[in-house]
Design a protein around this ligand. Sequence first.
Ligand SMILES: Cc1cc2nc3c(=O)[nH]c(=O)nc-3n(C[C@H](O)[C@H](O)[C@H](O)COP(=O)(O)OP(=O)(O)OC[C@H]3O[C@@H](n4cnc5c(N)ncnc54)[C@H](O)[C@@H]3O)c2cc1C
Length: 300
Amino acid sequence: MSTRSWWGWGSDEAALTSAEIDDLLTRVAALLPDHDFTDHPPPAPQSLPVPPPRISVPATLSAVFSDDVRERLCHARGKAFRDVVRNLHGDVSHVPDLVARPRTETDVIDVLDFCSANAVAAIPYGGGSSVVGGVEPRFDHPAVTLDLGRLDRVVEIDDVTRSARIQAGALGPQIEDQLRPAGLTLRHFPQSFEFSSLGGWLATRAGGHFATLYTHIDDLTESIRAITPAGVSESRRLPASGAGPSPDRLFLGSEGTLGVITEAWMRLQGRPRFGTTVSMGFDRFHDAVLATRAIAQAGL
Ligand SMILES: Cc1cc2nc3c(=O)[nH]c(=O)nc-3n(C[C@H](O)[C@H](O)[C@H](O)COP(=O)(O)OP(=O)(O)OC[C@H]3O[C@@H](n4cnc5c(N)ncnc54)[C@H](O)[C@@H]3O)c2cc1C
């Protein structure tokens, strides 16, 4: 089991070694001779002046909440370049007071009830790969980050209509691993695939840039279930609909502002039976762009 890095992409175990960093520095410095390449090793979480939480872990939900400093730092930011830079500089402004990891949808409701009763902001969190500050409590108000990572199952597969009910906290590889035995795939491959979740893809209207054709999460969504301040919202599961405004469109791209998505029915495809990889060389960059467009427009 690997440990997610608190300050950057991936896991602690997969971080570059100091020899690899030296090698990289030598190569990049040769390309950019007049730049400052001061190394900023990641500070130890316990050494940083993280303010104590302004709220206490509720006794009835102690199995769900954490006030651990590393856990709070881990959830303070997304993974944009500016986030990594601020972490490496030990900038610890705006850290959530508590982190909640609900095990069930009922836990999600209990956490939101606690937040409402105590006037605490709740920030949904999937894989934390946001690049637009979406998971950051950038305000001076007590905040709980609601990490959906424990809701990681493909609950139901309907292989007649090729769709699946999937919990919102499931990360890309967890989804594909659970669909593979049925010979099916969601075929949504953002570059952040390894560390981003279904709920995050829906809440940010993600694009699967590692695939062609229908790769936008909008195209793959059949229905969404969410816990909102007004109760449970669940759209009807239909193969297609042209009746009235689509309620799913409200949640797609909502960045967690309308409620917490707990699961969704997603459209699937058969897994490809044959696969091959080929590299093509072009003399001019523009020719490569034209070839890429021709392939995309061919509908492959
Ligand atoms: C290296 C890298 C590559 C990337 N590549 C792509 C790419 O190819 N295509 C692309 O579209 N984006 C890409 N992104 C951006 C990012 O990965 C996507 O926005 C992704 O969809 C976020 O998913 P997440 O689970 O990490 O969400 P998080 O970062 O955890 O959250 C993102 C937003 O969604 C909200 N949210 C999360 N879960 C829920 C939920 N269950 N209910 C309600 N709201 C929720 C959060 O509050 C936040 O506002 C990339 C980012 C990085 C760092």
